[in-house]
Write a protein that binds this ligand. Structure first.
Ligand code: ATP
Length: 263
């Protein structure tokens, strides 16, 4: 990687208070504007790694550098999207999306303006006054992404955000996320993305680079570059590049999970 990384991990260990070692010797460099996925079997430490990248959890050894500087505490300029949309049920969509700006002390008018723009970016401009219970699962997730992006963070961390959605909605949200990251495939990207998933297909569709993690203790065991087009659409799923990358990663994932490869 020739450009300086936005975020870099050097020999990072993460041991929980229970004594369980969730991460061991993780080295990772992510360039500004990259889209990277973390793929691995259940319990291998993907969420733990994401929390370390967010500065939400302390590390037991090694270094976390953000733009070359050691991080201390929750990283500023970082958005987080969880598997559950975690919207406040008593507040409408607009207020939910405004929340990060309210916490930053942004005045009412620019806050409302930014939330409206974020909702438009995820296609929810007509649902600002709706309550979360009135939205489908996919729409709730769009609102959750709008809330994470409303502060225009440099880094967006996503922890299995679409795992609970059916395939049609998952594909639609995959496309929406790519269109937010790089509209029409144009560079530079609006943000750097680190995306946790169990799905080989989702990882390949979205990412420029997929890191495979192995368990006990969690570490990176493989890295695959995905040589897809700059602007990815449904057609990419039919391509040889896509199929070959999926086959390569399925094998790697099976190895990481200690299972024989399928087919
Ligand atoms: N707060 C915690 N305290 C103690 N152990 C934890 C804690 N959070 C996670 N762990 C343990 O750390 C290991 C890694 O968990 P983590 O959630 O990071 O894995 P994961 O790959 O994201 O799993 P999944 O795919 O099932 O979400 C697991 O053994 C888990 O039980």
């Amino acid at each position: 990687m020739s450009v300086s990384p936005l975020i870099e991990l050097k020999a990072v260990d993460r041991r929980y208070e229970t004594g369980l070692q969730a991460l061991q010797g993780v080295d990772l460099r992510i360039a500004p504007g990259e889209f990277v996925s973390l793929l691995g079997p259940s319990g291998c430490g993907k969420s733990s790694l994401l929390r370390v990248l967010a500065g939400l959890d302390p590390i037991s050894a090694g270094q976390v550098l953000r733009a070359g500087e050691p991080t201390r505490g929750p990283a500023r300029d970082t958005g987080f999207v969880f598997q559950e949309p975690t919207l406040m049920p008593w507040a409408d969509v607009q207020s939910n999306v405004e929340l990060p700006l309210r916490l930053q002390g942004v005045a009412a008018e620019p806050r409302a303006e930014a939330a409206r723009a974020a909702l438009a970016r995820v296609g929810l401009q007509d649902f600002a006054q709706s309550m979360p219970r009135e939205l489908s699962g996919g729409m709730k997730m769009r609102a959750s992404i709008a809330r994470a992006l409303v502060t225009r963070p440099a880094l967006l961390l996503l922890d299995e955000p679409f795992a609970a959605l059916d395939e049609i909605h998952r594909f639609a949200l995959n496309q929406a996320l790519l269109d937010l990251w790089r509209p029409e495939g144009a560079a530079p990207a609006a943000f750097t993305a680190v995306f946790v998933t169990h799905s080989v297909y989702e990882a390949v569709f979205l990412s420029q680079r997929v890191l495979v993690m192995g368990a006990r203790p969690g570490r990176i065991v493989d890295e695959v570059l995905i040589d897809g087009p700059a602007h990815r659409t449904a057609a990419f799923r039919q391509s040889e590049t896509f199929t070959a990358a999926c086959a390569r990663l399925s094998e790697s994932l099976a190895r990481a999970a200690g299972e024989p490869a399928l087919g």
